[in-house]
Design a protein around this ligand. Structure first.
Ligand code: SF4
Length: 100
């Protein structure tokens, strides 16, 4: 059993969040209304840097994939999850960003 298997099997959805490196930084992980593309890129780059050193990154990424979350989770944006086959229920903005 890998460490990630152990974590996944022994922590509830809420417990893994105790190890989140992004506590108090919600503004980096979710867009504001009408966010400009350049602003989004800078915000998501800053968020990804935090995710890279986070101890629960893979659990976080999988949680977002399984629950069709919006925002940046586990170093992965909603667009990246959508493209990877983890479809958003209502993909706001994804098609517009990908067709541009
Ligand atoms: S991987 Fe990123 S989004 Fe997930 S808990 Fe860690 S810092 Fe937060």
């Amino acid at each position: 059993m890998t460490v990630m298997d152990f974590i996944t099997r022994h922590l509830t959805d809420d417990e893994w969040m105790d190890g989140a490196a992004c506590k108090g930084m919600t503004h980096l992980f979710f867009p504001t209304p009408a966010e400009r593309p350049q602003t989004r890129e800078r915000r998501e780059d800053a968020a990804r840097e935090i995710c890279e050193s986070c101890n629960v990154r893979l659990v976080c990424r999988d949680f977002a994939r399984d629950n069709h979350e919006y925002g940046l989770w586990g170093g992965e944006s909603e667009d990246e999850r959508h493209t990877a086959g983890y479809r958003l229920i209502a993909p706001i903005g994804v098609r517009a960003r990908q067709s541009g």
